[in-house]
Design a protein. Sequence first.
Lengths: 154, 277
Amino acid sequence: MRVEVTINGQPVAADVEDRMLLVHYVRDVAGLRATNVGCDTTSCGACTLLLDGESVKSCTLLAAQADGREVTTVEGLAGPDGELHPVQQRFHEEHALQCGFCTPGMVLALVSLLRENPRPTEAQIRSGLEGNLCRCTGYHNIVRAALAAAEVAR
Amino acid sequence: MIPAPFRYQRAATVSEALDLAAEGGEDATFLAGGHSLLPLMKLRLALPEVVIDIGRIAGLSYIRVQNGGISIGALTRHHDLEHSGLLARELPLLAAAAGRVGDPQVRHRGTIGGSLAHADPASDLPAVLLALDATLVAIGPRGSREIAAADFFTGTFETALEPGELLTGIRVPRPASPGWSFQKFTKRAIDWAIVGVAVQGGSVALVNMGEIPLRAAATERALAGGASPREAAALAAEGTRPVADINASRDYRQHLARVLTARALAEARSGHPRRKS
């Protein structure tokens, strides 16, 4: 079927199998490889991206469900001049990544969280990241970065 | 993991969804948020030939006061239940339980109707709606009908819905007694409940203590007869035959049911600390 998605502000259109998952559309059709497939079972959050501004796990959506909608991947967060999004900047400053595999999903989960709740407590950040696993277990710096990004957002 | 091939169809209205379902027959299935169905399709435990996407039908996502109770559209997402001011006032049990389904990403997609129609014994909302004495509204080729939550769940992944029938809404009466609690025991935050307990007033319902959500009938009878919460909670596992699996033996689940029921009854009685999230 024909699936048209606006990804990071750019229209993408392709004829794909009805069963194609959104994460494969983003990676293989649009060629944006930052969105990772981790567990492939809606658990780990590595495939998190924004659908109409809200965090979702793209291994558990059909591309067809995103037809006509807007997707943001981590490639689309920085400004046109390359200026990092505050969440990305704080991840850099707080060393909030080790191997980096979970990072795109973590960043997008936090962007979504801060849109819904610009002044989260540490507990709210931790529960807001329940859907994202870091197998390096680098959670403390991720939470530090999130708290710092929330300060900037204020 | 990629689902087996199927034909994707999108319904814009309820009547279109019913027509597509009638055409597709037994090989067709409805897709709402997809967070119960797609994982099963990826594991090829579900092999529908036709998937009818009802996720964009307008007018099936709402929470409102109606006829003295609360009416909820089947496509209302867990996220919307969790953050509804109306539910926080009227049905805080449902808002709190919805806020503990999966994780934020799952709650952005999963719907109350999808969760109920999927009828996984480990899912939270079926037991919550059982404790709340909810009525489910379904529409099919022969018109619309109401099904009590107590009659809706018939087995693991099985409901009273007929083929081609679509769950459209849920009606919940205003609780007679305000005390409530939702307790859920999981290994990781995002996991399905190993056991869960929903309490509203003197109603106690159990998650994952059998093939369908169950009332803790002996506990409810004891409470009605004036037993203390501790005495009543000791009866929570009576008559249950929960599954034994990788997470828990039958005995351990029964133990959890008693412990969680005791906590739930204590919390329902004492009131709630401010919600953490």
